[in-house]
Design a protein around this ligand. Structure first.
Ligand code: GLA
Length: 357
């Protein structure tokens, strides 16, 4: 039996920058997808999951249109297998049992973690060597093929390159990863607003094309290359350009242990995602406000927005009090049921066992 784990991620700052070749600062979190796989002789991949219904049964070389596979969670399996086959993996079948502690539909990248785990398990079981960066790119391409959502590469890179106790400064153009230690005095809380989010239904793709159009108007390859002066009054582009600057400032502040400054940058990031990029919701705003009142250094929506989670930076010595108070205030002002998690940065995806011959 082969066992592979792949963590979800939370992004501290730098949202809607990855698909414009920009910068972001996610960490791999201690919630993960685990795939246990054993080879089978008939060239099929048969998967069951504790997180969702139905049995996936697809050819080990993938299918022509992964987006039409049923049950729906098999689309990403089929897409990963097809891309691996194109890359030269032999179509060796396997049985897979999937378990997950990454909440689904919350913006913590359960689907990226799943695709990364399946890709590594499928590669390992066929003795196919694939570099970590290629795993991330392949899992991103699989997401495009399976769901049609034109996501960037942040989630898959975070799941693959996570490092315990560290955030990851990702350069989404060069795909370089710099690890940045998270000070011990800081705790990271993630709270789900109680409003589910599906990127297929959201304006994610529209925002991405608006950014591409803005880059073309500014005469740059991607908004990473633009200045605020280049983008004028375009609020979407202004968000991306200013967010890249906030990521750099946040990394400097985190390295200097200046958590107040980090918090201020998180609040500015949330305001920019709300007012310029227009991907916040009433609930996300209320939760960010509740964290401000509860004494967090800062909080912001994390990931794509349109529902999902808020990430907060808080004093490690007061984390329970601050999260408890923010959650109570949010619950009473919105009537929603928030789900709080205190998270820790963990190592990225990989095998967790030795192959059992
Ligand atoms: C989703 C996408 C990422 C990224 C974020 C926003 O999580 O999958 O690629 O674009 O939204 O930062």
């Amino acid at each position: 039996m082969l066992t592979v784990r792949a963590p979800g991620r939370v992004n501290l700052i730098g949202d809607h920058t990855d698909y414009q070749d920009g910068f972001c600062l996610p960490l791999a979190l201690d919630r993960e997808v685990v795939v246990r796989a054993v080879p089978r002789a008939d060239g099929r991949v048969v998967a069951r999951s504790d997180a969702t219904e139905g049995i996936v049964d697809v050819p080990a070389g993938g299918v022509a249109t992964p987006s039409s596979v049923t049950p729906g969670w098999g689309r990403s399996v089929a897409a990963v297998l097809g891309l691996l086959a194109q890359a030269g993996r032999d179509p060796i079948g396997f049985d897979a049992e999937v378990t997950s502690t990454v909440p689904v539909g919350s913006g913590l990248s359960s689907s990226a973690a799943f695709a990364v785990a399946v890709a590594i398990a499928a590669a390992e079981i066929a003795g196919f060597e694939i570099a970590p960066r290629s795993v991330a790119l392949l899992a991103q391409a699989a997401e495009h093929a399976a769901t049609g959502v034109p996501c960037g590469v942040m989630d898959q890179m975070a799941s693959v390159f996570g490092r315990a106790g560290h955030a990851l400064l990702l350069d989404c153009r060069s795909l370089e990863v710099e690890t940045v230690p998270i000070p011990e005095s800081a705790a990271i809380a993630v709270v789900h607003t109680g409003v589910a989010r599906r990127l297929e239904d959201s304006a994610y793709a529209q925002r991405r094309s608006a950014c591409e159009a803005a880059a073309a108007r500014a005469g740059v390859a991607a908004l990473r290359d633009a200045t605020l002066a280049d983008v004028g009054n375009d609020p979407f582009a202004r968000h991306v350009v200013s967010e890249n600057e906030r990521v750099a400032a946040f990394v400097d502040a985190l390295r200097a242990g200046d958590l107040d400054r980090c918090g201020g940058l998180m609040r500015a990031s949330h305001a920019s995602l709300r007012d310029d990029f227009q991907v916040s919701t009433r609930e996300l705003d209320a939760l960010v406000e509740a964290f401000a009142r509860a004494g967090a250094y800062g909080a912001r929506l994390t990931g794509a927005g349109f529902g999902g989670c808020v990430v907060a930076l808080v004093d490690a010595g007061a984390v329970d009090t601050i999260v408890g108070s923010a959650v109570a205030r949010y619950g009473s002002t919105t009537g929603m049921t928030p789900i709080p998690l205190v998270v820790h940065a963990v190592d990225g995806a990989g095998r967790v066992d030795e192959r059992d011959h």
